[in-house]
Write a protein that binds this ligand. Structure first.
Ligand code: ARG
Length: 569
């Protein structure tokens, strides 16, 4: 049950008035409080405290209210009946929407022949959680790893290979496209060095840059040698991407289809643009003007063909929109990238609007902030390089292993891995995704405080109580202590949290909810003995049930974050 919604609507219906329901930090005086009397006082021409007194008996008529009292200048504190809380908390959560949407989700979106780095962490983790939440709410999602697999970087990589192996068959005029070229496959570690080397060279060597531009255009036009070479390294890169996806425990993408796939739709898209007279010649390139008279900020044109006739990033995104329209016809497309791509998506959404592909309200770009090191600058590894995703995962694993050994424990590797994963992912999720945050591998692995390991530790603790408790006895009469009711009321705030987290695209709400739930579960655990000999049967049954209810909700939240609960910790 969405407790907040239920209580709030019932009160408003009863009073025939819309008031705010608050959840007080200190619940000693009530589970909720309402400002109804203060809002109504004005129009009623009454003193708020006096009016509150008059409202009380009405509120007490509601069958779930145990008590209501006036506080301060006219607030009304409300205490719920134990029975009501108990019944509501015992029912499984039901957050299914009655208006399911088809949502294309574009996140991860890695680049071929470029290893994954810290910049891909948030799009992967947050994107996966947002996808899980959307599914949990009953929406149909289609996740896209919209790969960077067709642009200038491909030209640079091929130019680099050509420079180092000019004798390879891909570059000869008598190239045989039917031969087997698998023996040219290179290890991914080597492949990953090509792009940075080529990009560095292109900065100083204009002839090399020019060659890369030409190769890009020829690759796109179907040059057999370049395409055969491309097909040699594409699967190597793809395989390594999928390994990282697996390591991060993010769901496999529904579609690993990126720029190259989109580029197949160049003909119908070009035709559509020409029919609408949208392609404008500009310095040998063809562009789409997206500026509006009302713009105050610069709004550059969108490049469709560059001066060499190659299709740049902007253009492939238009074709991807077309592809998604004719295949999924989604109600919404959500893109998750670094905030620095904000302008690109503003331009793209304008093209969607002018062409009639999608109205702007169906398209959404979420731009996330940067992960910084302690110095406030983008996080680097000790050797000063932008950190690779695998390096980061290693770093966290080492930090967790160190903590585990220091505590004298000996945990299986699988457990260490899931703790490390929780440390990394939870830390990412708990921050407002639109802001930068500082990443400190040491503090995120702590077993205390707002960390992934703390969340897992609490889940393991609840599981262990349940295991030791065995069969759960029925509860005939309930009698809740404040620690018990606080925990159950938090459980009853889960549905609202998930809904709000999704509506606001605020995955941090799930992470921070999980933390609050853990805090309350641990307070309950400390103050309310469960399996101790001196606890009577009825109390024990009630507490075991509460443990189960809290565990189930926590496990769901953990699942939405894509973390795994280990057997022991
Ligand atoms: N590959 C791009 C990058 O690594 C992100 C692509 C985002 N998705 C899109 N449809 N443009 O920055």
């Amino acid at each position: 049950m969405n407790l907040y919604k239920y209580v709030s609507e019932s009160i408003n219906n009863k009073l025939g008035f819309t008031a705010n329901l608050e959840t007080p930090r200190n619940r000693a005086f009530g589970d909720f409080s309402t400002n109804a009397a203060m809002v109504m006082a004005k129009s009623a021409g009454k003193n708020p405290r006096e009016l509150a007194g008059e409202i009380l008996p009405k509120l007490k008529e509601l069958d779930f209210i145990a008590d209501a009292s006036v506080a301060g200048p006219g607030f009304i504190n409300i205490k719920l009946k134990d029975d009501f809380i108990w019944k509501a908390a015992g029912k499984p959560h039901d957050c299914k929407t009655d208006a399911p949407l088809v949502i294309d989700m574009d996140y991860g979106s890695y680049n071929v022949a470029k290893s994954l780095h810290i910049g891909h962490l948030r799009t992967s983790i947050v994107g996966d959680t947002l996808n899980r939440i959307a599914k949990y709410l009953g929406h149909k999602t289609i996740s896209y790893n919209h790969m960077g697999d067709w642009g200038r970087s491909m030209g640079l990589v091929i130019a680099w290979i050509k420079r180092n192996h000019p004798d390879w068959p891909f570059f000869q005029s008598n190239f045989d496209k039917n031969a087997d070229y698998s023996k040219y496959a290179m290890p991914v570690e080597e492949l990953d060095t090509y792009y940075p080397s080529a990009a560095a060279l292109a900065k100083t060597d204009e002839a090399f840059m020019e060659e890369a531009r030409i190769i890009t255009a020829e690759l796109q036009r179907g040059h057999p040698g370049y395409n055969a070479l491309y097909n040699v390294f594409l699967p190597i890169s793809l395989k390594s991407m999928m390994e990282t996806v697996k390591r991060l425990n993010i769901m496999p993408f529904d579609r690993n289809l990126g720029e190259k796939n989109a580029a197949q739709y160049i003909e119908p898209v070009e035709k559509m643009l020409r029919q609408k007279n949208l392609l404008v010649k500009s310095d040998g390139a063809e562009v789409i003007i997206v500026k509006k008279d009302t713009d105050t900020a610069p709004m550059p044109p969108v490049m469709f063909y560059n001066s060499r006739g190659a299709v740049p990033y902007d253009a492939t995104d238009i074709m991807a929109l077309y592809y998604r329209k004719i295949t999924d016809n989604p109600d919404k497309i959500i893109y998750l990238t670094d905030i620095r791509q904000k302008l690109h998506f503003e331009q793209l959404f304008r093209v969607a609007e002018i062409t009639g592909l999608f109205p702007p309200e169906n398209l959404e770009h979420i731009g996330y902030g940067t992960i910084n090191g302690a110095d406030g600058k983008p996080f680097k590894t000790r050797d000063g390089n932008a950190a690779g995703l695998n390096d980061i995962i290693e770093m966290i694993n080492t930090a967790v292993q160190k903590r585990v050994s220091e505590s004298g424990k000996d945990l299986p590797q699988e457990t260490v891995d899931s703790i490390a994963l929780a440390a990394l992912k939870f830390n990412d999720l708990m921050h407002d995704l639109r802001s930068d945050y500082i990443f400190d591998p040491d503090s995120v692995t702590s077993f205390e405080g707002r960390t992934g390991p703390y969340i897992l530790y609490t889940a393991v603790r609840l599981n262990s109580v349940l295991k030791r408790a065995g069969d759960i006895a029925d509860v005939s009469t309930v009698n809740l202590s404040s620690d018990e009711r606080n925990l159950l009321i938090e459980v009853l705030d889960f549905e609202r949290t998930v809904q709000t987290a999704f509506d606001n695209r605020a995955t941090d709400m799930i992470a921070n909810y999980a933390y609050d739930l853990c805090q309350l579960a641990n307070t309950f655990y400390h103050n309310c003995p469960i399996l101790r000999d001196d606890v009577d049967d009825a109390t024990r049954a009630q507490r075991v049930q509460i443990t189960r209810i809290a565990r189930d909700t926590l496990a769901t939240a953990i699942d939405l974050m894509g973390l795994k609960i280990p057997d022991e910790m």
